[in-house]
Design a protein around this ligand. Structure first.
Ligand SMILES: Cc1cc2nc3c(=O)[nH]c(=O)nc-3n(C[C@H](O)[C@H](O)[C@H](O)COP(=O)(O)OP(=O)(O)OC[C@H]3O[C@@H](n4cnc5c(N)ncnc54)[C@H](O)[C@@H]3O)c2cc1C
Length: 557
């Protein structure tokens, strides 16, 4: 059971697909239409069906070529998701729901099941829904209570009766086909259920804070009879494994949503700031404005992109599920997207607070990215647990090793922030070791804060590596980097310093906060190399100025 690694699209085909989406969006989904649909809380079903129909066929990208799709790679899918999120996150969610719904079939389905359903999604543009969450089983899917009772004839299982309820299901009220997770005698299992099957109904379109252009509804199953051939993979009890196997991949899709939404907010705030005159000059020329509301958000978003791109490339290289890396990418990108959209409202002042300028809608929309496909807290837990194990297994060397590798990069390229990123890795190793000695991960809060620091440190490392690749012209041919090589290097330096300082100070905070009075803090400040990290902050303002100049296309002063 595995996701087959697709060859992916040629760069020009990917670009044509993205251009076609832009053209469709500017024709059908202009600002006034988006504001109206959002206010009326309406899912534009006809438009979404057009996008998944002959006109655009966006769903083809994630269906393998063998089943009539385009066989997009993880890099292709991330680029498309970022692009769609820049159009509208609700519409993007409708497309994501089909991808998610088809995933259990892609990874766990039999050959016959793949041919039967994936081909229909590719050819007929079926909308799918992914029914995992239940009223009492959200983050903890193991608590699910929807049951699948086998129907046995002459000792052979011929079908199942599904009974239960699902909650917050994207496309729940409009899909043609549903993947439903239910508890069979052999354990949680995925079943494919057709719309209109007797006993299968859905609730009202939920009235949501954001992504109001996406249909979200509860599902109700009352003795819904499905044939045994609808059990994905034909073996009971594979459901949670099948869900886990695609997390690395599906979380990248939501990461790309955070990236696309965050950038679309900044893409509106930046031009505004060049035209808005306050105190005798444009806002874009005021450091107190750009260095708080624009530049740090570009840095955080592009750091997240580095993680997304590295993980996508590794998935395409067949490196396995990469669940932790997918979680890091999702965590960084969705949190960065939220912060960026929030800052963009501030950047427009009173105008940002109105419906007309759309940024407040983006802010409401992007909020979902830290909730669905695993909340940020669940990401922190997933990341922390995995890397904690690595720390123990390597006797504390896991992040020191990563620090040494970044030092080697710094020795060959001193301008990509790898020195600061290395300090961050060593500081993280010291914090983890102090947590081990003081047995602090018994505190869930400390464990989750470790997850946060791990994500930041790995993001800084990825960004330095990507900046180095960019400077030597070796970024992936389909990289979506928004920064030219020198600017990406500048952003990596800014990010490296910020992350090193956060890892050290937050690490100290939680170790000392969790340990008893007998703990001597001086040893820890030395172990995290706090003075070296303080010293490496030199040049931060100059780099913030430099990146602002790049973003606003002006020559350095
Ligand atoms: C608009 C929308 C669309 C969605 N689409 C789909 C879909 O298509 N298919 C689908 O199956 N699901 C979907 N979901 C469900 C979504 O994945 C869940 O809402 C999410 O996983 C969180 O589950 P929950 O809402 O039950 O919250 P809970 O799990 O109850 O979490 C509530 C809070 O507690 C925190 N928390 C949870 N567990 C722990 C813990 N062990 N330790 C510490 N803190 C914890 C969480 O981080 C969160 O902050 C959607 C949700 C929304 C809102």
């Amino acid at each position: 059971m595995d996701r087959t690694v697709p060859a992916g699209l040629d760069s020009d085909i990917l670009q044509m697909t993205l251009d076609a989406i832009s053209e469709f969006a500017s024709r059908e989904l202009g600002d006034a239409v988006l504001i109206d649909l959002d206010e009326r809380d309406e899912f534009p079903e006809a438009l979404v069906r057009k996008m998944c129909g002959e006109e655009l066929g966006v769903q083809m990208l994630f269906i393998p070529e063998d089943y009539g799709g385009m066989g997009g790679s993880a890099v292709d899918v991330y680029r498309m998701c970022e692009h769609l999120a820049g159009v509208d996150l609700g519409v993007a969610t409708a497309v994501l729901a089909t991808a998610l719904g088809s995933d259990p079939i892609s990874v766990g389905g039999t050959e016959e099941q793949r041919a039967r359903w994936l081909s229909r999604i590719a050819e007929d543009g079926l909308l799918m829904a992914y029914g995992a969450t239940e009223p009492q089983a959200g983050s903890d899917l193991g608590a699910l209570s929807t049951t699948a009772v086998p129907t046995v004839e002459d000792g052979v299982v011929t079908g199942y009766s599904l009974t239960g309820a699902k909650q917050w299901i994207s496309n729940g009220g409009v899909a043609d086909l549903y993947s439903v997770l239910a508890l069979a005698p052999g354990g949680p299992s995925w079943f494919v259920v057709e719309q209109g099957t007797e006993g299968f109904t859905h609730g009202k379109h939920e009235d949501k804070h954001g992504i109001r252009l996406s249909n979200t509804a509860a599902l109700f199953l009352d003795d819904v009879r499905v044939d045994a051939s609808c059990l994905v993979g034909g073996i009971e009890g594979q459901g949670l494994v099948q869900a886990q196997l695609v997390f690395g991949y599906t979380r990248l899709m939501v990461a790309a949503f955070g990236l696309g939404a965050g950038w679309s907010a900044l893409d509106r705030a930046m031009p505004y700031s060049t035209e808005r005159i306050q105190a005798g000059g444009p806002l874009s020329e005021k450091q107190g404005y750009t260095h708080k509301l624009i530049v740090p958000h570009v840095v955080r978003l592009e750091a997240a992109r580095s993680c997304i791109e590295e993980t996508a490339e590794r998935l395409d290289g067949g490196e396995g599920a990469l669940t932790t890396e997918g979680a890091i990418a999702k965590y960084l990108a969705s949190e960065a997207g939220n912060l960026a959209a929030d800052a963009a409202i501030q950047a427009l002042g009173g105008y940002g607070y109105t419906h007309e300028y759309l940024i407040e809608k983006i802010r409401r929309d992007v909020r979902i990215t830290t909730i669905y496909e695993g909340t940020s807290e669940i990401m922190e837990m997933t990341i922390a647990r995995d890397r904690w194990q690595q720390h123990l297994k390597t006797r504390g060397d896991w992040y020191h090793e990563r620090g040494r590798s970044l030092e080697a990069l710094h020795a060959s390229r001193a301008d990509v922030g790898a020195g600061a990123a290395a300090l961050a890795q060593h500081a993280l190793a010291a914090v983890l070791e102090a947590c081990r000695v003081e047995r602090l991960t018994r505190n869930q809060h400390v464990l989750f804060r470790i997850g946060h620091l791990v994500a930041l440190a790995e993001g800084a490392a990825a960004m330095s590596r990507q900046a180095a690749r960019s400077l030597s012209g070796a970024l992936h041919a389909k990289s979506g980097s928004r920064l030219e090589p020198e600017a990406l290097a500048t952003a990596a330096r800014i990010n490296g310093r910020d992350v090193a300082l956060t890892v050290a100070t937050e690490g100290i905070r939680w170790v000392i906060g969790g340990a008893g009075d007998s703990f001597d803090p001086r040893g820890l400040t030395d172990a995290v190399a706090l003075s070296a990290i303080a010293a490496c902050q030199a040049g931060q303002i100059e780099d913030l100025d430099r990146l602002a100049d790049h973003l606003y296309r002006r020559s350095p002063t």
